[in-house]
Structures are given as C-alpha cells and as structure tokens.
Design a protein around this ligand. Structure first.
Ligand code: SF4
Ligand code: SF4
Length: 136
C-alpha cells in the first residue's frame, strides 16, 4: 500500500533524526514530496510512504511518540477533459484499466473509481491531460 502523510514538526523536533527510522526499523520506503521549515522553526514534511499496512501503522505509532502532528492525505489523479486527445497511449500503461477505450465511440474513458493513483499515466500523456493532486 501507498499513503501520503503530512508531518508537522515543532521547534523541538524538526532537527531530530526521527523519520529515517521508518526505513531502518519499520521496513517502509518513502518519497519526500515536500519539505519546508518556517521562520519560527516549525517543519513540514509531506511523505509518500510505501509498505505493508502493518508496517505503516507501526511506523505512524512510532512517529506519534514525538511531538509531531500527523495528517493523512490521499493522492488523487484527475483528467483535464478538454486537454485529452483520446490518443489511447495511457490505456496501455494503466495497470487497473481505469483508462480504457470505449469501442463504440473510440473515446478514452477515465473510470476514477478504478484509479489507484499510481501515476503511470501522468508522464506518458502527451498533452499532460492527467494531473495528480491531494485531498484531505
Ligand atoms: S494519453 Fe492523455 S491525451 Fe491520450 S488518451 Fe490518455 S489522457 Fe487522453
Ligand atoms: S494513475 Fe495509474 S491507475 Fe490511475 S488512471 Fe493513471 S495509470 Fe491508471
């Protein structure tokens, strides 16, 4: 599973080596999507974490031991309909068939309910019609 979380660090925790333990001790992998330190030394880290559900829960419980606020956000892939050329390129890369060709109309349909937000279609789409965003 893959989840995106926002971690907000207080002045007392932002410079501590806490987060790397998610990899070392909890067998999780993460991508840093955003990292910011405000002038009052509060830190904000947006991480995309990959691992088993059990490892994810253990890792989050570990983070909760520190003075860190944790919010889970979900990644969301959308299509800008007016940009889509219905070229069909994305249908070959979509692992869940969320993008498929309607054989009657030859239009490429985006079934958002099947999308697992894997991002495979984002880079491959020539007019950049597929977009990734976040929702709380
Ligand atoms: S690759 Fe982009 S333009 Fe082509 S069908 Fe898919 S979403 Fe539309
Ligand atoms: S993000 Fe992945 S699952 Fe969703 S439409 Fe694109 S390729 Fe398919």
């Amino acid at each position: 599973m893959k989840k995106t979380v926002v971690l907000t660090f207080k002045e007392t925790t932002w410079d501590k080596p806490i987060v790397y333990k998610l990899i070392k001790d909890f067998d999780l992998v993460f991508n840093i999507l955003k990292a910011e330190i405000s002038p009052n030394k509060e830190g904000l880290l947006v991480l995309e974490i990959t691992g088993s559900e059990e490892a994810f829960n253990d890792g989050i419980n570990y983070l909760k031991r520190f003075d860190i606020a944790i919010t889970s956000i979900e990644k969301e892939v959308t299509r800008i309909e007016k940009k889509c050329l219905h070229c069909g390129l994305c249908t070959a890369t979509c692992p869940t068939k969320a993008l498929y060709v309607n054989r009657e109309t030859m239009e490429v349909i985006f079934d958002v309910s099947k999308c697992i937000a894997c991002d495979a279609c984002i880079k491959i789409c020539p007019p950049r019609a597929m977009k990734v965003g976040f929702r709380n």
